[in-house]
Design a protein around this ligand. Structure first.
Ligand SMILES: NC(=O)C1=CN([C@@H]2O[C@H](COP(=O)(O)OP(=O)(O)OC[C@H]3O[C@@H](n4cnc5c(N)ncnc54)[C@H](OP(=O)(O)O)[C@@H]3O)[C@@H](O)[C@H]2O)[C@@H](O)CC1
Ligand SMILES: Nc1ncnc2c1ncn2[C@@H]1O[C@H](COP(=O)(O)OP(=O)(O)O)[C@@H](O)[C@H]1O
Ligand SMILES: [K+]
Length: 551
């Protein structure tokens, strides 16, 4: 699923109307048709919750809150179309009809000609809006119950927090949502949601479903925006693909459709060398678990030969818990030239190295990371403590220098920070990261030349050239210690197999698929064990089934 910014969407609309000559009314009609389809299905899906859809013998009403722009225009058109399906539409207008843009004005005029119910609240004092909307809702009890509200207040034109009547209407819709009766359907974007960032401006509508037009917007992928949309459906409105390609996209969503056919079955005549030789530098006396989880992530994601480079104390524990892996002494609390030398020697024979889970932030870890960035390793994944160590560097020239020499011009380093690690790397507060995660991930990718995986509930993958992806798999069950360690193993193993086989797959896509599969494994562990009961080890156990299904 391709994603756009609101500006890109407006530009696609503009070019389609002005350059191609498709009338705006036609786009608006298709938008309204799609939104009506989403509304009807949302009502039908809610049948178990006392809501009964309309039929010839059972009239039902739908309230449509319309703003003063083209989003409101979609609402007027929806009212006309809903009337074809036995629903009594109640149009509520919040801005003066005289200032509507032409297509919206025409749709309002048609609705009036048809005699549809219209409440003009554009001159009502904001403090009276709530009561007026309640009156409209209650009056419909006699006509057969109001089962849904459509939010056609503001769409891509939103540029500030809703105020006055708009703010009151948003608050009313949220009170209706809290009543758990009428369904709330957002037209294009829940009003109050910044479609570029996923952040809320003032207060935003919580919808059960959102019909978005043309392409999904970035802000609909990121929390809280992702949750505010409810079930999101993209409605085609007639933007020609050539126009969309000319304008360009802001990124893509990593979902089931994207992941399909992205991993080829293994050829029958392969051998373990071709499955990828992985080294994971992980664990110390107190954090053996981090090493074990990363190792499980790698082994359950296709690693052909796995070595865990770790502290002397950890080696027997690895041998006992995971006999499939080799373990060797490569980490020390204090700088130890011997360990670093062994790392340099080995790195050339390996396909990918992951460093960080549980290694600590001592000078020894710093030396190890520097030795790695000095080595011939094809791909390096830097996570956890290694990121904290990396953040101490005055600049990121050594990461950048390491990342550049790939003959195909692709990044060789992957950084996998969570927000606190990201704040250290970006030298800002965590609140700055959470307020602008996309921008921060892109900046770090550009500075370091690395692919940045910013781990959030909707993880962002950013490449140095500006490419972006937003993961849609995963869930709250993954909010438990160690799931990030598993991800390090997964990404490292996938990079290793790609390198070993010499596949022409883009490294960015390899990382994205690893992130998606990891999230899906988290979803499946939660489905089986519940979000509170599942652990990172349970997630790792689901990985084989996920990879099997993705093949
Ligand atoms: N273009 C097309 O071809 C198609 C467009 N389509 C539809 O049009 C929608 C975009 O329409 P739009 O550009 O008219 O903007 P829209 O979101 O209705 O806002 C209107 C105006 O509201 C104002 N305003 C802003 N913030 C505000 C606030 N907080 N509180 C109060 N007012 C606020 C601001 O005007 P201002 O007050 O600044 O003069 C703004 O210009 C899009 O989402 C889709 O649904 C589809 O039909 C497909 C074809
Ligand atoms: N609510 C959530 N929804 C989806 N994924 C989540 C959620 N919470 C955490 N995750 C995922 O879980 C992982 C946590 O990683 P991290 O914070 O590094 O954990 P640890 O350091 O304990 O291993 C990341 O991949 C993150 O995207
Ligand atoms: K809206």
């Amino acid at each position: 699923m391709k994603l756009v910014t609101p500006e890109q969407m407006r530009e696609m609309d503009r070019r389609t109307i002005e350059d191609v000559g498709l009338p705006g009314m036609l786009l608006m009609e298709r938008a309204a048709l799609g939104a009506v389809r989403v509304a009807l299905r949302t009502i039908e899906d809610a049948v178990g919750s006392r809501i009964a859809p309309a039929s010839a013998s059972r009239p039902r009403s739908i309230g449509i809150l319309c703003g003063g722009g083209n989003n409101g225009g979609d609402g007027f058109a929806m009212a006309r179309l809903l009337a074809e399906h036995h629903y009594t539409p109640a149009i509520v207008l919040l801005s003066p009809a005289a200032s509507l843009p032409p297509d919206a004005a025409l749709n309002l005029q048609i609705a009036q000609t048809l005699g549809l119910e219209l409440h003009d609240l554009s001159a009502v004092a904001p403090e009276d809006i709530h009561a007026r909307l309640e009156q409209i809702r209650d009056a419909h009890l006699l006509k057969g119950d109001l089962v849904a509200w459509c939010d056609a207040l503001l769409g891509t034109g939103l540029d500030r927090a809703p105020q006055g009547r708009y703010a009151q209407a948003v608050a009313f819709l949220n009170a209706e949502y809290a009543r758990d009766y009428p369904r709330i359907i957002a037209v294009d974007i829940p009003t109050g949601l910044n479609a570029a960032t996923g952040q809320v401006l003032g207060e935003a509508v919580q919808a059960h479903a959102t019909a978005t037009f043309g392409c999904a917007k970035i802000g609909q992928m990121l929390y809280p925006g992702r949750a505010l949309c409810g079930a999101l459906e993209v409605v085609e409105i007639g933007i020609p693909p050539t126009i969309a390609d000319q304008v360009g996209y802001a990124g893509c969503a990593l979902n089931a459709g994207w992941a399909k056919h992205r991993i080829a079955p293994r050829p029958r005549d392969t051998h373990k060398g071709l499955s990828g030789k992985v080294l994971l530098l992980a664990g110390s006396e107190d954090t053996t678990g981090a090493a074990l989880l990363a190792a499980r992530g790698a082994l359950r994601s296709g690693a052909g030969l796995l070595t865990v480079g770790t502290h002397a104390d950890v080696i027997p524990r690895i041998a006992q818990a995971i006999p499939d892996a080799m373990a060797t002494r490569m980490l020390a609390h204090v700088p130890d030239g011997n360990c670093e030398e062994r790392l340099r020697e080995r790195s050339e024979m390996l396909d990918a190295i992951g460093i960080g889970p549980g290694i600590g932030t001592s000078d020894g870890s710093m030396q190890q990371l520097n030795a790695l960035l000095d080595s011939e390793a094809p791909y390096v994944v830097i996570d956890a403590d290694a990121l904290t160590v990396l953040a101490k560097a005055s600049d990121y020239e050594h990461v950048r220098a390491f990342s550049l020499p790939d003959p195909a011009g692709q990044p060789r380093v992957v950084l996998t920070p969570h927000p606190a690690e990201m704040a250290r790397l970006s030298r800002c507060r965590m609140s700055d990261i959470l307020a602008a995660p996309v921008q921060k991930a892109q900046e770090l990718a550009q500075i370091t030349g690395a692919i940045v995986v910013l781990k959030l509930a909707s993880t962002i993958v950013a490449a140095p050239d500006g490419e972006l992806a937003f993961n849609q798999s995963g869930g709250p069950g993954m909010a438990t210690g160690g799931t990030g360690d598993v991800l390090t193993g997964v990404i490292t193993a996938r990079l290793a197999e790609t390198h070993a086989t010499g596949a022409a797959t883009r490294i960015f896509d390899v990382v994205c698929l690893a992130v998606y599969a990891h999230g899906l494994a988290g979803e499946r562990a939660a489905a089986e064990l519940g979000v509170r009961g599942m652990s990172a080890a349970d997630l790792a156990l689901q990985l084989p089934r996920v990879w099997k299904d993705l093949e």
